[in-house]
Each structure stands twice: as structure tokens, then as C-alpha cells.
Design a protein around this ligand. Structure first.
Ligand code: ADP
Ligand code: MG
Length: 345
């Protein structure tokens, strides 16, 4: 089918390049499509006052999860929460999910029940309904796709594109733990495969393991913003790592960004665990990913309101367009912050 076409490796474009490439060949036809490809969730006109938000994610065994250490119940829970996180990132409230599943006869009914026990737990905790999905056979491991549907008042939707010069950059919770949890699990898996019967040494690592295996979406923070009538100018969730997400906000909002290393929210437990695992906690916070915290911008006038709020850190500010994404290190030196691969010097 493709024999006459010249061949281009998808890796030349990268994930985001590919999405841009796909998006370019589609123009929206429906007046109700307010925002299509390019944010945490699509925004669809619903009625006079409200929009519908839709977000979807695909999880593939061996790529996004490893059943050597990921219990199925946790996988189900995580598959739901990471999608809800994208709805909250638009400042919305998730209401329904669909779940599509492909698996082989390697999985028993009991295994699938475990997976759905996790899905149910997330549905109950976040107050959402499972309203459909699809089921198929797979010849290459387990695949799980969740679509989340939510709602938001029209004037409350927050896009990645609304940040303005001088706005403050805020992050909820703390960063880097989920990545460390993954490194620990990979380490223990390797030891186990080399020495079958070896007992995993997970003592003292509860927090980073929980952040990797059972992440929560920040429903509470969206509630906080709502209660305080605090609407961010831009918002997204941190799934790929803070650096990568800062680049998205900067690009879509057409601003530069400066953050400060000493303002990064790194929990002391995470700092210590990183040292024990021979990793640099700043690098984990910047590039680790899977934190599912919220990254948002607010006007400087809201500084007083936010500065003493537990669970929100102000890590920097937006600068003029074209000034790049920079980080001022603890030593006071300013560095370019690439989307990935920043290294402490
Ligand atoms: P997130 O990390 O928040 O889940 P992604 O980086 O996965 O966001 O996706 C960014 C945007 O690209 C979203 O609007 C998403 O719906 C869209 N997107 C991703 N993959 C595809 C695809 N294969 N076809 C069309 N749109 C896509
Ligand atoms: Mg997202």
C-alpha cells in the first residue's frame, strides 16, 4: 500500500511534531467545536452557559506500564485518574468515562475483575460514571484506553494559551516523586529477574511508590481555585515533566518563562530518596513526568492570595515573547531549559 510513497521516519517529527502534522490537515467544520487538537481536552459547545470537555489516553503494556510491578487494580485506577487530570486541567469537572480494552487469553476473568475494581474505585472517589467502552482481543499484551467527558462554565475554561507577560507560574503539590518510584520499581525488577526469589527492598520508599502506582488528579485544587474565585490565565497538567509543559505554555501563550530552581516544589522525602537512588532531584522534578500536578499562571495581582496557600508553589514568572524558557539555578546562574534533558552543572 505504501510502496510508491517516499518514506519518512515518524521519529524525525517526534510525538508533538506528529500531532501538529496531523492537526494541520484537519480544519474544524462544526461551529460547536470551540477547541480541537492541542490542549489537555477538546472543548465542545454545549448550551448557553456550558461546554463539554473531552480527553482520551491510550495505555499500552510494555510502553506505559509493566505488569511485573503494576498491580492490575492500580493500573485501572491510574488509567482513570490520568484522564480526569486532563479535564481538571481545563478547569472543568469530569462526569463520565468510557473504557476500551484489548487483552489476550493470558488474562483470566479474575484479572479483568481486578482491573475494573481499580476503575470502579476511581469512579467512586471522583464521583463519575462509567458509561461505555469497547472490548477486543489483543495478540500483543494489554491495551487500555480511557476517554473522560466533563463540563465547565464557558467563561471558566482555561487553555494553555492564556498566559501573559509578568504572570506568575504556579505548580500544585510536589514534583519528581512518580519518576523516582518508577526508577525504584525498575531497579527491583532487574534484581528480581537476575536473582529469582529475591525480595524487593522497598523500605522507606512508600511515598514515591504511591505517586507512581496510585496518582491522584487534583480535584481538590480545582475546587480551591473555584472557591476563591481564582481563574488561572493558563493551565495544564504535568504529565510529561515540568520542562516539557512549560514549553507548551510558552509556545501557545507566546511568552517567555523564567523559573527558579530553589522554588521547585521538591518534598524532603523525594530529595532524600533521589539521593539514595543516585539521582538528582531537580532533574527528576523538571523531566520526570507522571506527576499529574497542575501547572498554571495567574496575574501578579493575585500574588498575595496565592503566596501562602499550602499546596501551591510560585516557581517563576512569564517574560516577554521570544526570551526563551530559562531557569535560574540555586547558584544564581541562568540556564536555557530544554523541553527535556536539562542537566545540573
Ligand atoms: P496530554 O499529555 O495532556 O494527554 P497529549 O500530548 O497526549 O496531551 O495531546 C495533545 C493534544 O493532541 C490533545 O489535544 C490530543 O487530543 C491531541 N492528539 C494526540 N494524539 C492525537 C492523534 N493521534 N490524533 C489527533 N489528535 C491527537
Ligand atoms: Mg494534559
Amino acid at each position: 500500500m505504501f510502496e510508491n510513497a517516499s518514506r519518512t521516519e515518524v521519529s524525525l517529527l517526534g510525538e508533538f511534531g506528529l500531532i501538529d502534522h496531523i492537526a494541520k490537515s484537519f480544519t474544524n467544520k462544526q461551529a460547536s467545536t470551540i477547541k480541537g487538537i492541542g490542549d489537555d481536552a477538546a472543548v465542545i459547545d454545549k448550551d448557553e452557559e456550558n461546554v463539554t470537555l473531552i480527553s482520551t489516553d491510550l495505555l499500552v503494556e510494555g510502553v506505559h506500564f509493566d505488569l511485573h510491578y503494576m498491580p492490575l487494580k492500580h493500573l485501572g485506577y491510574k488509567a482513570v485518574t490520568v484522564n480526569l487530570s486532563d479535564i481538571y486541567a481545563m478547569n472543568g469537572i469530569p462526569q463520565q468515562i468510557t473504557v476500551s480494552l484489548a487483552f489476550s487469553n493470558r488474562f483470566s476473568l479474575e484479572a479483568i475483575e481486578e482491573l475494573y475494581a481499580g476503575i470502579k474505585r476511581a469512579c467512586d472517589f471522583y464521583g463519575i460514571d462509567l458509561v461505555g467502552g469497547d472490548t477486543s482481543t489483543s495478540h500483543s499484551g494489554l491495551m487500555l484506553s480511557v476517554t473522560a467527558i466533563g463540563t465547565c462554565k464557558k467563561d471558566q475554561v482555561t487553555y494553555r494559551s492564556g498566559a501573559k507577560e509578568h504572570d506568575l507560574i504556579c505548580v500544585t503539590g510536589d514534583l519528581g516523586a512518580a519518576y523516582l518510584g518508577l526508577q525504584l520499581l525498575e531497579r527491583e525488577k532487574k534484581i528480581f529477574l537476575e536473582t529469582p526469589g529475591a525480595q524487593p527492598d522497598l523500605e522507606g520508599f512508600d511515598y514515591i511508590l504511591e505517586r507512581q502506582l496510585k496518582p491522584e488528579a487534583r480535584k481538590d485544587m480545582i475546587q480551591f481555585l473555584h472557591d476563591n474565585k481564582l481563574k488561572p490565565t493558563a493551565m495544564m497538567d504535568i504529565s510529561d515533566g515540568l520542562s516539557s509543559e512549560l514549553h507548551h505554555i510558552a509556545k501557545q501563550s507566546n511568552v517567555g518563562i523564567t523559573i527558579y530552581e530553589d522554588k521547585l516544589p521538591i518534598d524532603p522525602i523525594v530529595y532524600n530518596n533521589a539521593q539514595e537512588l543516585g539521582l538528582e532531584s531537580t532533574t527528576c522534578a523538571l523531566n520526570g513526568g507522571e506527576d499529574y500536578e497542575l501547572l498554571f499562571t495567574i496575574p501578579q495581582s493575585l500574588f498575595e492570595l496565592v503566596k501562602n496557600t499550602e499546596g501551591i508553589s510560585i516557581i517563576g514568572h512569564c517574560t516577554a515573547a521570544g526570551t526563551g524558557i530559562n531557569m535560574v539555578s540555586k547558584a544564581g546562574t541562568q540556564y536555557d531549559l530544554p523541553a527535556q534533558g536539562w542537566k545540573a552543572v
